[in-house]
Write a protein that binds this ligand. Structure first.
Ligand code: ACM
Ligand code: ZN
Length: 733
């Protein structure tokens, strides 16, 4: 319905040109157009394909469509015919699509190929085909002949539904969006430290308790879930229905149960699974009590019971057992694990991990499945060569995986982690660097990199690639999940589908911005929109649009541009450039807001400040001195969770005259581990404090009306993390 509601963008009544994503392998332009008219007949060997396409055309074009079996409408010239012929010499997921002014024909050797032929056909139609807009007559499809097939059999998306829980409604939307992009694997990271999200009938506690975090729950609040009960899970019945929906759309749902680390959710419900030791060791995420004891034999019975149910719910041939980021020191301090080491002649923690992973592969195989895991599983010993490895840390690790002979999926951080920032100005992680869409697009999964090149036989072990989204940052703002995934998923879809010699960034970018933005808009995706480049020279603000058809709006009073703000139409002469704000708009969606890149948006003051706090630093590295140096790269991290009554006072040596003070808490730009519930107070004399503002999303802002001596963060309820991070305050002149 989006298309109908917001039609400021022209939705062409004639078909678009061939800006198809992912780009087909071979396209030959024809002459003329096929016109969709009322009474259109769709005949098909694949009833689902026919109904799927008919439904879309009926809804969008508002015409009557009749469907029938193969050959049912061949005599008509108002006909789309979909043929599935097993003996046709067309690759597995490939198709041939022929459009002439008389007819449309899709030929494939499988139902999957036919479905992808339908997807391409839809991209040749007006983008309203995705949006359910009605009333567009004279729909036309350009004459064309397309021969197409995928480069890789695995083209995926990984979504972490543990740290942030996404309801079924979101999952179904994603299934549709993946299908539109010919992405055929949906890897659900369904279990992690911060929530168990699938019903296990043998252990109902896992979802009765392990799916919830908050005050009084077995799991503490975290990652912005706040001082309230937060969580959710999928019942087996719901998940089976979802898997069926995906299967119809030729998407395989691959479950990941992350083991033996990342297991706090289950350990919080069943603490007996943990090691026997007198000391806790933290995972890299700072979690304790999240590692299965490898020496406890009963644990394998529990895992057998769980995997048995997982195997019965999910139709995928694979079960992903995680294997990443295990705090292995726990094992080295556990009597049971030490006994196991001695018994098995093991000398390192890696070998214990390998022992565990092999036990898991036996369990997985017992239930007719194959095992997959993150790249750590290749360490410490051999595994069956059918084991599928997901390389994530680096291309070096992907190289290690293919060198050892494992079929490998490339989900390498620097290309494929869409929880990474897309630019320095945006929210997100950056441990794998900034990952703009160009970087995602630049991946050749078979090539390795300049340092770690794959040989031909190693490259043959690469079965595909995927982007992955970890969701500790994803609760806000609303629909940030879509912002992070799209359009990087469109780039990744083409990496997976289109032969390397046909791919080129400028060509992709043209197709993306000329047609695919409009398609994604009509699909209902809140995708990321790039912002304009603005510079100020010769008393003039000059704006470079990020793409040809971009609509730039601006304000002149420092406020956020809205859909009602003035449209930029050319150079703006001004002597107050710092007052201007710009953003790109795509109907109601907009980019981040910017001002001229060579103009300071605010003038920040750096008054001498002393800090008083009830909190102590986690270590010298995170010292309280870090938040009085006005260096945004350093910050404070407490040695414990903040509680009601904790405070941090920033005391100025001299009273400061300023228009605004912004207090952002949490890790800079990542913005978790901040103040969940608290008040920002201020003082004119350094002694008496007045309530200023409440923290929302870790931030509070003051607008003092006379010089102030101090500001104080007063925590009113525990923060939703094991630590509190604080930054320098921003004092605006
Ligand atoms: C991972 O990012 N820990 C697989
Ligand atoms: Zn143990």
């Amino acid at each position: 319905m989006l298309g109908a509601a917001f039609s400021t963008f022209a939705i062409s009544t004639t078909a678009q040109n061939f800006n198809i994503i992912p780009k087909p392998q071979e396209v030959k332009e024809g002459n003329g157009m096929f016109e969709i008219k009322s009474g259109l007949a769709i005949s098909s060997d694949d009833a689902f394909c026919a109904e799927y396409l008919a439904e879309k055309i009926k809804n969008a074009a508002g015409v009557d469509v009749v469907t029938g079996g193969a050959g049912s409408a061949t005599a008509s010239n108002n006909c789309i015919s979909i043929k599935v012929d097993k003996s046709a010499e067309i690759p597995q997921e490939g198709y041939k699509l022929l459009v002439t002014p008389e007819r449309v024909e899709i030929l494939a050797s499988t139902g999957t190929g036919a479905f992808y032929g339908v997807q391409t056909l839809m991209q040749l139609m007006p983008s309203a085909i995705y949006g359910g807009a009605t009333g567009f007559e004279n729909w036309k499809i350009p004459a064309v002949e397309i021969n197409d097939y995928p480069r890789f059999s695995y083209r995926g998306l990984m979504l972490d539904v543990s740290r942030t829980f996404f309801g079924l409604e979101t999952l179904y939307k994603f299934a549709d969006w993946l299908a539109y992009h010919k992405v055929n694997k949906f890897h659900l990271h369904i279990v992690d430290d911060n929530g168990w999200r699938i019903e296990i009938k043998k252990y109902p506690v896992l979802t009765q308790k392990g799916a919830w975090r908050g005050p009084g729950e077995v799991l503490p609040p975290t990652f912005g879930s706040g001082n309230k009960r937060y969580g959710g899970f999928y019942t087996q019945k719901e998940m089976k229905e979802f898997i069926k929906y995906c299967k119809e759309r030729h998407i395989e749902v691959i479950p990941e149960i992350d083991l033996p680390g990342h297991s706090k959710a289950i350990a919080a419900c069943m603490p007996e699974i943990l090691c026997q030791k007198d000391k806790d060791f933290e995972s890299v995420q700072g979690e304790i009590g999240n590692v299965f004891c490898v020496g406890r034999e009963e644990n394998y019975k529990i895992l057998d019971n769980i995997i048995k149910e997982i195997a019965s719910i999910f139709e995928s041939d694979y079960i992903h057992i995680g294997g990443d980021e295990v705090a292995m020191e726990n094992w080295l301090h556990c009597n049971r694990c030490k006994e196991l080491m001695e018994r098995e002649g093991m000398t390192s923690a890696d070998q214990i991990q390998n022992y565990f992973v092999k036990r898991m592969s036996q369990i997985v195989e017992k239930y007719g499945k194959k095992m997959a895991g993150w790249d750590e599983i290749i360490d410490g010993g051999e595994l069956d060569k059918n084991t599928r490895v997901y390389a994530w840390k680096s291309m070096k690790r992907a190289h290690a995986s293919v060198s050892k002979g494992y079929p490998t999926i490339i989900q390498v951080g620097e290309y494929n982690y869409v929880d990474m920032k897309q630019s320095p100005l945006e929210r997100g992680h950056n441990w794998a660097g900034i990952v703009p869409i160009e970087k995602t697009y630049s991946l050749d999964p078979c090539a390795g990199n300049s340092q770690y090149q794959f040989t031909e036989s190693q490259a043959a072990l690469v079965i595909g690639s995927q982007v992955g989204l970890w969701t500790e940052l994803l609760n806000r703002p609303a629909r940030f999940v879509e912002y992070q995934i799209f359009p990087r998923l469109a780039a990744s879809a083409e990496v997976g589908w289109t032969n390397q010699n046909l791919r080129e960034w400028n060509d992709f970018h043209k197709r993306l911005t000329e047609s695919h933005y409009d398609r994604m808009y009509n699909m209902g995706i809140a995708f990321r929109i790039p912002w304009p480049e603005v510079i100020y020279e010769d008393n003039t603000l000059k704006v470079k649009k990020p793409f040809k058809s971009a609509v730039i709006r601006y304000t002149t009073d420092g406020s956020e541009p809205t859909v009602n703000s003035a449209t930029y139409n050319g150079d703006i002469v001004t002597d107050k450039p710092q007052e201007f704000r710009f953003a790109t708009f795509y109907n109601q969606f907009k980019s981040i807001t910017v001002c001229a890149s060579n103009v300071e948006r605010y003038k920040y003051l750096t008054p001498d400040v002393e800090i008083e706090s009830s909190l102590e630093a986690m270590s010298q590295r995170w010292s309280i001195d870090n938040i009085k140096d006005y260096d945004s790269k350093t910050y404070f991290r407490s040695n414990r969770k903040a509680q009601a009554g904790d405070y941090v006072t920033y005391k100025f040596k001299e009273a400061v005259k300023c228009s605004m003070i912004i207090v952002e808490t949490g890790i800079p730009n990542i913005d978790f581990y901040g103040v969940t519930d608290g008040i920002l107070e201020y003082s004119y004399n350094g002694v008496d404090f007045i309530k200023g503002a409440e923290f929302a999303d870790n931030v509070a802002t003051l607008h003092p009306d006379k010089p102030i001596k101090a500001v104080r963060i007063s925590v009113t309820a525990p923060n939703d993390a094991h630590t509190l991070c604080l930054q320098d305050i921003k004092v605006v002149e």
